[in-house]
Design a protein around this ligand. Structure first.
Ligand SMILES: NC(=O)c1ccc[n+]([C@@H]2O[C@H](COP(=O)([O-])OP(=O)(O)OC[C@H]3O[C@@H](n4cnc5c(N)ncnc54)[C@H](OP(=O)(O)O)[C@@H]3O)[C@@H](O)[C@H]2O)c1
Length: 359
């Protein structure tokens, strides 16, 4: 019997995670709702599998009872986190996932007390979103005396996987989000732009509703948070067009069409892209009263390569009993230096130049 069950094990990212777990000598139980995919994956690795969907709570509980940790890789997580977490709380099973969805982080954070009482760790976001940015947020928190504003961003995720593309379509249709005075506020898609030097020259960047709008607040308590992604001006214009097209794009047939197009056309980064890709993160913290500002940057491997490693390492540490029970973010579970423990991750601190706002 393995101590780990990977749900959604045969998706693009689930496969990377299973391969990484095997490299580390962990033999996960594979799980999901597609029997033929599970059979093929299980025979490739010589692993056991469980076929169940997330519709019947009793079945989920039965399947989770023998395992210590569930790693949920079945996204968009807005559709999958709740039934799995419900069952985890009743079966003493720790819950981890690789979500980057604000709504999912907030939903899990709201169950902190329940998880604490159950002695269960609920640790979403153990992938590229949000391990590096969450660690950067907590690192920056201590760089000024009274941090009141945190701005984070990244450049160059490379090609997305099918599930990320679907999750991005969902996110794009529901507009943007920032945190103001401790509350998450909806803003239009592509609400603000600014130029950011992620470490290789200035780039135009746009606000996106990335998971840190939720998690960085839980990790640092900083009340004002924005998250930016580097994007060329033409794509910013395209994203802003969705504000006007939103109601049309949200109609079920158009939405289904977009989703099936994403599934057919987007295969995710190749092994070579994962091996040689690079991602840059940037963060800026400000004490708005004194004007004191500090920035820091992180360079990491390709986001999917990093996700596989951070997800498996987070599982190992959870199996070892490292994080406290209750809702955790990666940085509250493992500390702000956690991301620096992975190969090819480098952090640099710098003074902030005057920021340039563009429209
Ligand atoms: N945090 C990060 O940095 C990070 C990194 C990578 C991926 N992700 C996220 O992880 C998710 C998966 O990405 P991916 O590229 O691996 O996607 P993918 O290749 O499309 O795989 C998705 C997996 O989830 C399963 N699934 C989806 N909805 C389900 C549901 N309602 N019930 C049961 N199973 C369901 C799919 O099973 P079926 O085929 O049976 O539908 C499949 O196994 C996405 O949301 C993506 O955004 C996050």
């Amino acid at each position: 019997m393995s101590n780990l069950l990977v749900y959604g094990s045969y998706g693009y990212t689930g496969r990377l995670i299973v391969a990484t777990a095997m490299e580390r000598g962990i033999e996960p139980v594979l799980a999901g709702r597609n029997l033929s995919e599970l059979e093929a994956q299980a025979s490739e690795w010589g692993l056991t599998y469980r076929t169940f969907d997330l519709e019947r709570p009793e079945i989920i509980k039965q399947q989770l009872s023998p395992v210590d940790v569930v790693l949920n890789c079945a996204g968009p997580f807005v559709h999958t986190h709740e039934p799995l977490l419900d069952a985890c709380l009743e079966t003493d099973t720790h819950y981890l996932d690789i979500t980057g969805e604000i709504e999912v982080f907030e939903s899990i954070a709201a169950r902190d007390e329940q998880a604490t009482d159950a002695g269960v760790t609920a640790l979403p976001g153990v992938g590229f979103d949000v391990v590096p940015s969450d660690c950067l947020a907590v690192h920056l928190q201590n760089a000024v005396s009274n941090p009141s504003k945190l701005t984070l961003g990244f450049e160059s995720l490379g090609t997305p996987s099918p599930g990320t593309a679907l999750t991005m379509i969902d996110g794009m249709l529901s507009g943007g989000a920032v945190r103001r005075d401790g509350k998450i506020r909806p803003v239009p898609a592509g609400w603000n732009t600014r130029t950011i030097d992620f470490g290789s020259g200035e780039r135009t960047a746009i606000t996106i509703p990335w998971g840190d709008v939720s998690t960085a607040y839980h990790s640092t308590g900083i009340p004002n948070i924005e998250f930016y992604m580097a994007a060329p001006p033409w794509s910013i214009r395209g994203l802003r067009l969705t504000r006007r097209l939103g109601p049309v794009l949200e109609t079920p047939p158009i939405r289904r069409g977009l989703e099936s197009l994403a599934k057919r056309l987007i295969g995710g980064p190749s092994a070579e892209q994962r091996q040689h890709g690079e991602t840059r993160l940037w963060g800026e913290v400000t004490d708005e009263e004194s004007g004191e500002t500090r920035i820091a940057r992180l360079k990491t491997p390709n986001g999917y390569a990093l996700t596989a490693k951070t997800a498996v390492e987070s599982v190992v540490r959870t199996l070892n009993g490292e994080p406290e029970p209750g809702f955790q973010t990666p940085a509250t579970a493992f500390g702000p230096e956690y991301v620096l423990e992975f190969d090819d991750v480098v952090r640099r601190d710098a003074m902030a130049p005057p920021s340039t706002q563009v429209q």
